[in-house]
Design a protein around this ligand. Structure first.
Ligand code: GLA
Length: 767
């Protein structure tokens, strides 16, 4: 039993956590505890003591209790105008025209499974237990259902609220959050994933001080404002300390507020952004908020992440690909952009196949007049010049090569220069009296309109059903502008989810990758449909350490599209080793985003070997237990993924210091008694990187600009020193001292010859 209701107390238990609240004498829900698991028993110790209220307090009902002040109570939900002056989860114009509202206990019930949502995606909780507490306004028949679904094994509580109007007069919702949670202040650090396009999901940490901190988006979930957020005690590390995590199954305009109030209580509220939000509820109507998910771990940030990873893999991601290893793909975007023909695509696929790719993805540019990003969006007719045998012809030829075929779409947008826009200008979101604002030369289609949704569903499904497509990349390259109000954004999203449901629920065999100019819509709402999301248009592995590392706080590795592209990198000009590009992308849904003919023959050979290795570690990397390992050095990032018998460790040094010591490689989570072997994956070294330093190993001097060096570089490589050990788990956990790196005083074949931005990949296997 994960839910226990006794007297006036509600208790939710997961494997490692307890969530406890009770009904007060006035019927408000008082939070008692959310955190580590505690036994049943006297809860007096958990009650917030407020026998003498603050001098400035507004008392709820002085005649009955001269110490009962809502501002000094940790609450599960709150209203407006009755003495709680903190952020309210609800702002609603009541039937009397006032915003004053006061929600008190009305009834409750416990159910198996999660109550079905009507408009939004939700986690799959068939066998979970749910508690539904119904609150009613003290005066009007306006109700709020607080819904808690308990995911025992994953240590996650899903929360959402449904507001229902039973009054004769309509009410106007100005703000309605999915949840409100009050915790005692413990000098928390708040972590968000912030950034921008090509710089998504950078971890930003700041101490919580008095006042409110807001993490929000006023469009879709967005590059710089991921809806996820964490609260950690000050000294929490990756491995220890109390950490709370919050996220939303929502891809739209979201807001999470963390407020430290006067009474030392931290209030966290999250849900649809109230910015410009107005939603009328007539008698009998209700509004359902997106599902929020909460977790807690006393095992540090990794503990929080691992809870969320299990939850996302088990309860959010679905379809045939839910737990299947992702195919190694080659995407033609950076190889071709808009310039391609069937033959060049087939050549690219052939080369990808030779390297070990399993899926060929045709990106943008296959339809209408789409030769630049100024035309064609909205149309679905295949460009006959580029693809004389159509998509079906191309797909079949790709299949004949033994590869699967995948296709890019961007159905939510339209270019002015398109047949669709010429026929239906009114289908684009724009205000009749204003010049519309474009993003990437395109307008958004109005997905609140039934005929627009039908058009998209019809056209996309026609293509999916007429050619052998086993993968879809669904892009969305602009933010929302020229909208009516915040409620429109919410309605848009409901339309978007309906479209995805109609297209993909009957086609579970399709591997679906979401994308919004990279990671502009990386969220759990999207992951209810797409099993993975293109994390960023930035494939520079050093940038990806921050992007994928940041995302890993809340999202599992299997959900992050990660590709190897060319160096110097197209956005950062950083020239990173192929082995680093490979190793970082290996911690993701892996692929290539390049034309292999831009690699030297020896690079191609090396990449082929890397892909071969990848197939042996892919399951561990994508679905193993993932941890970030602290190295004590800001310039060394270490990650590991672990299945029962195999551990894969990635170690990247972005800056290599001079006169290096022996690095210590600590592996986590092994069995101390068992024996393991560690083998480093070969790291090819291409000779051009060494210039005249080759004199350390060759009897002759080769000039760094000579033709000879270029020729040698095309066909020959060296391999860096490869670490191998056999030892007990205890020894690996204590740390292996790695061989030194080059220090300029000579050469030994037992030294590492890599410089800045170098990666090492280790495979540890249980005997
Ligand atoms: C976006 C995506 C890219 C690519 C292009 C195509 O930028 O993020 O991966 O698909 O669109 O136009």
């Amino acid at each position: 039993m994960s839910i226990t209701v006794s007297e006036s107390r509600f208790r939710l238990d997961t494997a490692d956590t307890t969530y406890l609240f009770q009904k007060t004498a006035f019927g408000h829900l008082e939070s008692l505890h959310y955190g580590r698991k505690i036994p049943e028993g006297d809860v007096e110790s958990l009650r917030y003591k407020h026998e003498i209220p603050f001098g400035s307090a507004v008392l709820y009902d002085e005649s009955k209790d001269a110490s009962y002040c809502l501002d000094e109570l940790p609450l599960e939900w709150s209203g407006v105008g009755k003495g709680d002056f903190r952020t309210s989860p609800i702002e609603i114009r009541m039937p009397d025209g006032s915003f004053t509202c006061d929600f008190v206990y009305d009834s409750h019930r416990v159910e198996t499974g999660a109550p079905k949502m009507q408009t939004l995606p939700q986690s799959t909780g068939e066998e979970a237990e749910s508690l539904i507490v119904t609150l009613k306004d003290a005066v009007f028949p306006v109700y709020v259902d607080l819904i808690y679904t308990v995911y025992e094994k994953e240590n996650v509580i899903a929360r959402r609220a449904v507001v229902r109007n039973e009054a004769e007069e309509p009410v106007l919702l100005n703000q309605i959050m999915s949840y409100s949670l009050d915790l005692m202040d413990r000098s928390y650090t708040v972590t968000t994933l912030s950034g921008a396009w090509i710089r998504e999901a950078h971890v930003v940490e700041r101490p919580l001080r008095a006042g409110a901190l807001v993490n929000e988006s006023t469009s879709h979930s967005q590059h710089g404002n991921n809806p996820a957020l964490a609260l950690a005690v000050q000294d929490a590390t990756e491995e220890s300390g109390d950490v709370y995590g919050f996220n939303l199954l929502y891809s739209g305009n979201h807001r999470t507020t963390v407020e430290l109030g006067q009474a030392g209580i931290v209030r966290i509220t999250g849900g649809v952004n109230p910015h410009c939000f107005l939603w009328e509820l007539k008698k009998g109507e209700s509004f359902e908020t997106p599902e929020a998910v909460l977790t807690y771990s006393c095992r540090g940030k990794n503990g929080m992440s691992q809870n969320f990873h299990a939850f996302v893999q088990n309860r959010v991601v679905r379809g045939d690909w839910q737990k299947k290893e992702r195919p190694i793909l080659i995407n033609n975007w950076e190889a071709n952009f808009f310039q391609f023909r069937q033959n060049s695509l087939l050549r690219l696929a052939q080369q990808g196949k030779k390297l070990g790719c399993e899926l060929f993805v045709l990106d943008d540019g296959w339809f209408g007049a789409r030769n630049t990003d100024t035309a064609g969006l909205g149309d679905y007719t295949v460009n006959p010049k580029k693809l004389p045998n159509g998509l079906d012809g191309l797909g079949k030829r790709i299949n004949e090569k033994g590869m699967q075929f995948g296709l890019w779409f961007e159905p939510e947008n339209v270019n002015d220069d398109s047949d669709l826009y010429r026929a239906h200008p009114d289908w684009a979101i724009q205000r009749p009296n204003r010049k519309p604002s474009l993003g990437r030369h395109q307008k958004l289609l109005d997905l609140t309109k039934r005929e627009v949704r039908d058009y998209i569903v019809e056209n996309v499904t026609k293509i999916l059903d007429s050619c052998p497509i086993s993968y879809v990349k669904w892009d969305m390259n602009r933010k929302v502008s020229d909208f009516l109000d915040g409620a429109f954004l919410h309605r848009y999203l409901i339309g978007y989810y309906e479209v995805l449901t109609r297209i993909f629920r009957p086609r579970q065999q399709i591997l679906f990758e979401g994308c919004a100019s990279g990671g502009g819509r990386f969220d759990l709402g999207q992951l209810c449909f797409s099993q993975q999301i293109w994390s960023s248009d930035d494939t520079d592995p050093i940038e990806r350490l921050k992007i994928q590392g940041g995302l890993s706080l809340f999202y599992p590795i299997s959900t992050m599209g990660a590709h190897v592209s060319l160096a110097p990198h197209q956005q950062t000009l950083r020239n990173t080793p192929l082995s680093t590009r490979f190793a970082v992308a290996a911690f993701g849904a892996f692929g290539l985003e390049l034309d292999p003919k831009d690699l030297t023959p020896i690079e191609r050979k090396s990449l082929r070997a890397m892909l071969e290795t990848y197939r042996t570690i892919r399951k561990t990397c994508q679905f193993g237990k993932f941890s970030r390992v602290e190295t004590g050095n800001d310039y060394t990032v270490q990650w590991q993924a672990q299945t029962e018998k195999q551990t894969v460790v990635l170690r990247v040094k972005t800056i290599v210091p001079a006169a290096q010591k022996n690095d210590l490689l600590e592996v986590k989570g092994l069995s101390p008694e068992k024996m393991y072997t560690l083998e480093q994956v070969s790291t090819p070294l291409f000779v051009s990187g060494f210039g005249t330093l080759l004199k350390h190993i060759l009897p002759v001097t080769i000039r760094s600009y000579s033709h000879l060096l270029l020729a040698v570089n095309k066909y020959l490589k060296m391999d860096d020193y490869k670490e191998t050990y056999r030892a007990s788990g205890a020894q690996f956990m204590a740390g292996i001292r790695l061989h030194r790196s080059f220090i300029g005083t000579g050469y030994s074949d037992k030294m590492h010859m890599q410089g800045d931005d170098s990666a090492m990949l280790f495979i540890i296997t249980e005997e």
